[in-house]
Design a protein around this ligand. Structure first.
Ligand code: AKG
Ligand code: FE2
Length: 313
């Protein structure tokens, strides 16, 4: 298992187990992590983290965050409660991320758009409070990441934050998604071409925070086209750029394709929690460099388009 201490600051494909390439580096959030609240990060910390996010998003588009300051207990609580039941989850293969025909995606999910929304409070009273705490911490961390990104891009530092102010509200598509990938009984789906956990896709929004358990199987496509493993690293969060950030930066930051394969541990279930960050619905996204590389699109319209493709079975 790789240790966060081995981070070198930049993504470097490395040879992992056998002939497998892995992402092995990331960003130590240090003073920008939530542990330092209410202290304000120094200007040097904003600049350092901004620069590191910039180099990761210009390259592989995915990076591990360590020292993020979200207590492990808060994360574990959500995993524990979400793992207790699949009630209310979207059923396997109800959504499609893969474009490949005939492939089933074995995944169940429960989406939380706001901690004040609909919850199975009667059946699982602990879910709402656990989810609310993690949702709030992810929001604060996201605002810090958005600020560092604005600084790195030479924008006014609140540029992105101002456009995500409704993050937990109903006019914003941001969402905390609890994912449960059921175990596959022996012999089932033996043909990898027929069944997968999550087909190759890019995320739709600005950035995504991803918490995964120890099962593994997540892979990320590097610029050269090779798939590399994003192994679970205890104590870290993976952050990646989505479509909207690629539009905004005129392709400078990349929304990288990723997927979750059925690994050798297919006989075990896998869980992840994903915090998808979207701009407020009425924000118009167009390349900030004036390149005109993409037509202006309202955040809400882009989300509607991608969601309709996902559910169009
Ligand atoms: O479960 C994971 O690790 C990744 C899921 C994912 O990429 C997604 O839901 O967009
Ligand atoms: Fe994704």
């Amino acid at each position: 298992m790789l240790s966060p201490l081995s981070f070198g600051g930049l993504y470097r494909p490395a040879r992992g187990r056998a002939d497998e390439a892995v992402i092995q580096s990331g960003i130590d959030l240090g003073g920008l992590g939530l542990a330092s609240l209410p202290a304000q990060p120094s200007e040097e910390e904003w600049q350092r983290v901004g620069k590191e996010i910039r180099s990761a998003f210009k390259d592989i588009g995915f990076v591990y965050l360590s020292n993020h300051g979200i207590p492990q207990g808060v994360i574990d609580e959500v995993f524990d409660v979400a793992g207790e039941t699949s009630k209310g989850y979207t059923a396997p293969n109800q959504e499609r991320l893969t474009e490949a025909k005939g492939v089933q995606e074995l995944r169940e999910s429960f989406d939380i758009h706001t901690p004040d929304g609909a919850f199975p409070d009667q059946e699982l009273a602990t879910l709402r409070p656990a989810a609310r705490t993690l949702f709030e911490k992810c929001s604060v961390l996201t605002f810090r990441i958005l600020t560092a990104m604005a600084i790195a891009l030479g924008l006014e530092r609140s540029y992105f934050v101002k456009r995500h102010e409704g993050l937990a509200g109903t006019k914003n598509s941001s969402c905390m998604r609890l994912l449960y990938y059921p175990a596959l009984p022996d012999g089932e789906g033996a043909d990898e071409g027929e069944v997968t956990r999550c087909g190759a896709h890019t995320d739709y929004g600005t950035v995504t925070l991803l918490f995964q358990d120890a099962a593994g199987g997540l892979e990320v496509k590097e610029r050269g086209g090779a798939w590399v493993s994003a192994l679970p690293i205890p104590g870290t969060i993976l952050v990646n750029a989505g479509d909207i950030l690629q539009f905004w930066t005129g392709d400078v930051f990349r929304a990288t394709e990723h997927r979750v394969l059925l690994t050798e541990s297919r006989s075990k279930a896998r869980q992840s929690v994903v915090f998808f960050v979207h701009p407020d619905g009425d924000v118009v996204i167009e390349p900030l460099d004036g390149s005109g590389r993409y037509m202006p699109v309202e955040a809400k319209q882009h989300a509607i388009k991608r969601f309709s493709e996902t559910y169009n079975l």
